[in-house]
Design a protein around this ligand. Sequence first.
Ligand code: GAP
Length: 452
Amino acid sequence: MEEIISLAKRRGFIYQGSEIYGGLAGTWDYGPLGVALKNNIQNLWWKRFVLDREDMYGMDAAILMNQNVWKASGHVAGFADPLVEDLKTKKRYRADHLLEDNNVDPKGMTLEQMDAAIKEKKLKSPDGNPLGDVRQFNMMFKTHMGATEDETSISYLRPETAQGMFVNFKNILDSFHPKLPFGMAQIGKAFRNEIAPRDFIFRVRELEQMEIEYFVNPKDWKEPFEAFQKEQITFLVEDLGITESKIHQVEIAPADRAHYSKHSVDTEFDFPIGQKELYGLAYRTDYDLAAHTKGSGVDLSYFDEEAKERFIPHCIEPTFGVGRTMLAILSDAYTKDTLNGEERIYLKLSPKVAPVIAAVFPLLKNKPELVGKAREVFTMLKKEFGRVMFDDNGNIGKRYRRQDEIGTPFCITVDFDTIEKDQMVTVRHRDTGAQERVAIVELTDYIKKAIQ
Ligand code: GAP
């Protein structure tokens, strides 16, 4: 993990949030290559789950919502993590993490059971001090809207994008008249006041989610649930190029499910910190639409024309964390090997997600005819793919190393043969170092094939 964090910072993927002021725990800033990788992830997700389907409606709801949304959804009362306090330093810890760190599996434990386990094992805080009782800590960031700070002006930064879709359910019905089953999809920021943000971008306070709320007739929930379960793996393997053997799907025990879920399967990944949750999939039943019908007084039911029956649709929710996807991709791709007798570090990224798809070099920096031709090739590819780099610094070997470290699949060199003989360039492959000559006129199609 330390090596990945270091590469991410050094090469402009991810920086610590507010770094020059000593940082801000649980926040990270994405640099140019991080944004490029993130955009590729999000575009692939949007393509698979929205553009390629006929039953999905894209959304982008406001982050700030009426506080009654969160009262109705159960988040004000129940979106909490178990907290335990060091009685001397007043530092706060996640009780379940503390148990895990002391070889006690907290899965399925109630608050009282965690409290009892900590007391029975006489666990101390990481600073060696006695601990208080385990209690619930609400993770929503609370703020006030407008100039008055009272109960009526309270608002929360959303802790999940999902509610922005539930509250727009009726708008979609009224604008598009979709038939069940259909879904709403959204990519956006969410905020959680995590007690202990840790493990780089794995657990943060400002995160990004890609979520789908898929509405079904209650008698038909199983089939789409299983289809999404498979699609989560297909997205990881086929779109993002992640190693399938590192992905595991785990059914969540009733006591560990979110308050709204009747059935949950997590997709876990072998992160450098162990096998942990990457994505979630929950059968939310009619929990949310029923709660908002009650909370708002607006009828969120659906009328089935064929069966002539009115009911509140049930919801299946596949949810994908963007940051955790990024961490899975980076840690899966991080590779060390020896090439031509030299040790190197490279990112074995799929061309579909690589922030730079190709880098173009003139063989020599001080030969204007080589530089001119290389700029021509660069401009042609840049117009087509956007994510293309030009580099004429240092020798070719050094340029290769730099591109390997950021996972660029193709390095393209313009040499004297290109301009004097054949209008061809040398394409060097990142993983093997193998080189081949490709005609300039064929380069665009050559790269397109790799990202299909
Ligand atoms: N709408 C359902 C929901 O929000 P969740 O399991 O709490 O479910 C969904 O979160 C996904 O968001 C997780 O599977 C994970 O990928 C990501 N996620 C949740 N909390 C996170 C955090 N503190 N830091 C980074 N990613 C997080």
